[in-house]
Design a protein around this ligand. Structure first.
Ligand code: ADP
Length: 537
């Protein structure tokens, strides 16, 4: 017997068409480099995304051709998110914070044919230009300055469309886009997403127990559109039809808070570094901004320290902790309290909210240790392995990474976790960041989270350094808040009641800043290199 249901392909044009038909009046706001606001409607976005698709086809784009973007978060990037796949092309977002040589490597590896670039990023393009072969470069005139001779103006490019676009025929497994991992661990590796994976990811991420996005929301993704699909938010938002607000290049606390207030933002998303800036601005002037009560702040990319979740609660803002990876489109888990935990004591609730959370529907998780699959006891550590319809099954043109997948078809995330009896995943570390002292593991994330709850500490990164007796011991790199003071002894005694004695950092260093990756994560490899030769007394 066969089902009698249509075999209806899951494709992006369906989301775009729906948005164009149902949400034409909904607004999309973008902050431009000069801080002015660009406003238009879904109807405009829809028309222009299709114009881009038609213009690309007219320019000779063939199905499967890569179109790179070097852009901040704004309306034209959203047009590229939909217009490039609509034409049958593959959207390849380039991380503008990478070193030009890495960007050039990625462009060449992906064999990008076209590039759409913000005028404010042309200098960066010039730096990669001698090392890449891009056939056609289209410049988005965000500043109103004339586009340099020899390059094409995006607005003129759109005008080459006549309005008679028709979609190519799609299979739901055709590619829509690709992202390279930011290279925190090794050379960037490319992941190619499909129509099907993108549609399913959008559906699952909008669910009430995931990000809970609906057409009544106003969404501001701070997470860059050049990193991990901005967590899929441009697709999810367009699917549900919510108002979208894009911050352009202005990512400091005050600029974001102004935009939250002005546009009545209800949901925003970004890495912990961004939220530290917001906490600082809010703490300085707690009554300056009139924000939407209960605004949801999705935090991912690095662990959200418990102290951060508590701090935002005081301002009536709800932190939603999520975990994901470029290889997972990127959403994997979201930490929302289950019904039976809503009445739990306050400290326990924070404990759960600071975990990375429950896997979303269609994502399966397991923790695998030396003795096989770890029990879900909230203690036993193992490597997190995942599978699901939006999890990568391989990297683009890279055979040697095949050991990232197990023989029974799971993706090895490289994150070390425990899973508790309720199913909440808690990350202890990245495999490479774990500290092994006297044969036992110490979680750097737990220590960092505790240190960051000290009133004088702005940031803390804990790393392993070689030790003659214990193999490795933890060193804590601390950035103090402006004007605040705390000694190593004081911080150590602050940690004492919370951890076994052998967990306590053996050494403390005080820095002005912690080195970061292009996506705002602590660059622990650099710290390890710096302190490798630590002289133990
Ligand atoms: P890269 O691998 O280059 O850092 P990704 O952005 O894909 O690029 O990073 C995914 C990794 O980020 C995860 O494997 C995990 O180590 C880390 N990560 C993401 N979200 C969280 C989180 N909520 N808590 C702790 N770590 C996280």
């Amino acid at each position: 017997m066969h089902s009698t249901i249509m075999d209806f392909p899951l494709t992006l044009p369906h989301l775009l068409e729906r948005a164009g038909k149902l949400f034409g009046k909904v607004e999309i706001t973008s902050r431009l480099p000069d801080k002015s606001l660009h406003r238009y409607s879904y109807a405009d976005f829809y028309r222009r995304a299709l114009a881009l698709a038609e213009a690309l086809q007219k320019a000779g784009l063939k199905k499967g051709d890569r179109v790179a973007t070097l852009m901040w978060n704004h309306y034209a990037h959203l047009e590229a998110y939909f217009g490039i796949p609509a034409a049958g092309g593959v959207l390849h977002t380039l991380n503008l914070r990478l070193h030009p040589s890495d960007i050039a490597y990625i462009v060449n590896h992906a064999e990008d044919r076209f590039l759409i670039v913000d005028d404010v990023l042309l200098k960066l393009y010039e730096a990669i230009k001698p090392h890449v072969k891009i056939e056609r470069v289209v410049v988005v005139p965000l500043t109103g300055q004339p586009v340099p001779a020899g390059l094409e103006n995006y607005e003129d490019f759109l005008k080459t469309a006549t309005g008679s676009f028709s979609y190519p025929k799609f299979d739901e497994n055709d590619p829509v886009g690709m992202c390279y991992t930011s290279g925190t661990t090794g050379r960037p590796k490319g992941v190619v997403y499909s129509h099907r994976s993108t549609v399913l990811h959008s559906l699952a991420s909008a669910l009430p127990d995931s990000l809970g996005l609906s057409q009544r929301d106003v969404l501001l993704p701070v997470v860059p559109m050049f990193h991990a699909n901005a967590w899929g938010l441009p697709y999810t938002a367009t699917m549900v039809g919510c108002k979208q607000v894009y911050p352009g290049p202005h990512l400091d606390g005050e600029s974001l808070l102004d935009l939250y207030e002005r546009e009545k933002v209800t949901t925003t998303a970004g890495v912990p570094t961004i939220w530290l800036g917001i906490i600082q601005a809010l703490s300085k002037e707690p009554t300056r901004w009139n924000l939407q009560k209960g605004m949801r702040m999705v935090v991912g990319g690095s662990a959200a320290p418990e102290s951060m979740i508590r701090a935002f609660d005081k301002f009536g803002l709800e932190v939603l902790h999520a975990w994901g990876m470029t290889e997972m489109s990127p959403l994997g888990t979201v930490s929302r309290l289950k019904r039976n935990l809503l009445e739990a004591p306050e400290d326990e609730r924070y404990l759960y909210r600071a975990k990375q959370g429950l896997p979303t529907p269609l994502v399966e998780v397991r923790a695998v240790g030396e003795k096989g699959e770890a029990p879900w006891d909230g203690k036993t550590l193992g490597e997190l392995q995942v599978r699901g319809p939006w999890v990568a099954a391989g990297y683009y043109n890279l055979q040697e990474e095949a050991d990232k997948w197990t023989s029974d078809g799971w993706f090895r995330t490289g994150d070390v976790v425990n899973i508790d009896a309720e199913g909440y995943v808690k990350i202890a570390d990245r495999t490479k960041d774990l500290i092994k002292s006297g044969g036992e593991w110490i979680s750097s994330l737990d220590l960092e989270s505790a240190l960051m709850s000290h009133p004088a500490v702005k940031e803390a990164a804990v790393i392993a350094i070689p030790h003659p007796k214990w193999d490795e011991r933890p060193l804590a790199a601390i950035v103090l808040k402006e004007g605040a003071n705390a000694s190593a002894e004081e911080l150590k005694s602050f940690l004492e009641p919370k951890f076994a004695k052998w967990w306590l950092p053996e050494a403390f260093v005080f820095l002005n800043e912690i080195p970061r990756t292009s996506t705002g994560k602590f660059l622990k490899s650099q710290l390890r290199d710096q302190y490798r030769e630590w002289k133990w007394e």
